[in-house]
Design a protein around this ligand. Structure first.
Ligand SMILES: NC(=O)c1ccc[n+]([C@@H]2O[C@H](COP(=O)([O-])OP(=O)(O)OC[C@H]3O[C@@H](n4cnc5c(N)ncnc54)[C@H](OP(=O)(O)O)[C@@H]3O)[C@@H](O)[C@H]2O)c1
Length: 296
């Protein structure tokens, strides 16, 4: 048995939002925390709080291998992997270039899977370890123009379920975290991608409707990332963690509605939330007119 204060964690996507809050939460809980992301300059304040900052790109095998090898060389163990790095690639299926769809899968699912492969031999040897995969309520529900993002989060759910029963006999635990709307940079990145990809196509009015709905969800009333970090902290410290943590409470209500409602009824609810209004049509016409002026 190792003393609790020598537990070692790696958090991906630590330069912002949920990952950044999780690094601070795990430091508070006594972990030695490695904070990984591409923008190392954004993690200087985490280093000041005791985090070991590493440059990590979850689309680059060499970068992931070097990160895990470095941790094992330094610490000789790894107890927690928080697979958090991710972004929302939005736009109509007809419009999103397949290379971008592949990139979405590289970051949101293959990076998570590769890091899992890299830590598992050590966790199995230790007969102890927790892999925390950040899914989303988007792994249970769906939005128009969100197909690729949702596809990756449904994949995170499917992979995590199989993985959980696969590694449980080896003493390794797998936990799914399903955040609802959280105030982070994710929102702006997702909205921007929808408008860039579909803002001037046959789906322009829907892109503006999505923009409006996502903006409405991203207000001061939406919780900040610490609510997710606290759930992750509770999960890794629990003697028997839950299989999934859906946070905040509003997210639980949405997942419950999805479970309760027949598909057609849920579709109607989605149309209501993301429905195109006259204002969306006008905004779409204006951006199309703007694009025409620019090209003349
Ligand atoms: N915010 C929400 O409403 C919400 C809801 C449900 C689920 N989630 C999920 O929560 C996770 C964290 O998102 P967030 O809301 O905290 O968004 P965020 O503030 O935009 O943070 C995303 C993090 O992912 C990192 N990242 C992106 N591409 C990467 C790559 N190739 N390699 C390594 N790191 C990469 C970014 O760091 P660098 O760019 O510096 O690499 C950044 O630190 C994501 O998986 C997201 O899908 C978010």
């Amino acid at each position: 048995m190792f003393p609790m204060d020598s537990r070692v964690a790696l958090v991906t996507g630590a330069s912002s939002g949920i990952g950044e809050a999780t690094v601070l939460e795990l430091i508070r809980r006594g972990f030695v925390v490695y904070a990984g992301a591409r923008r190392v300059e954004r993690m200087a304040h985490l280093a000041e709080r005791g985090a070991r900052v590493i440059r990590l790109d979850v689309t680059d095998d060499e970068s992931m291998t070097a990160a895990v090898t470095g941790i094992l060389n330094d610490q000789g163990r790894i107890d927690v992997l928080v697979n958090n790095a991710g972004y929302g690639s939005y736009g109509a299926v007809e419009d999103v270039p397949i290379d971008e769809a592949r990139r979405q899968f590289e970051v949101n699912i293959f990076g998570l899977a590769r890091l899992t492969q890299l830590v598992l031999p050590t966790m199995r040897r230790q007969r102890r370890g927790t892999i925390v995969n950040i899914s989303s309520i988007g792994g249970r529900i769906y939005e128009p123009l969100g197909a690729w993002y949702h596809a990756t989060k449904y994949a995170v759910e499917g992979l995590s379920n199989s993985l959980r029963v696969e590694v449980e006999p080896h003493g390794v635990r797998v936990v799914l975290i399903r955040p609802g709307a959280i105030r982070t940079e994710w929102n702006e990145i997702s909205r921007r991608s929808a408008l860039e990809v579909s803002g001037e196509t046959a789906y322009a009015a829907q892109a503006h409707a999505l923009m409006r709905a996502l903006t409405a969800a991203d207000t001061e009333t939406a919780p900040g990332p610490s609510v997710v970090a606290e759930a992750i902290g509770r999960a890794v410290d629990a003697a028997k963690p839950r299989i999934r943590y859906t946070v905040p409470f509003a997210a639980k209500a949405i997942v419950f509605a999805r479970w309760l409602l027949p598909d057609r009824v849920f579709d109607a609810a989605v149309h209501r939330v993301f429905g195109v209004t006259a204002a969306d049509r006008l905004a779409a016409e204006e951006s199309a007119a703007g694009a025409r002026v620019e090209t003349h």
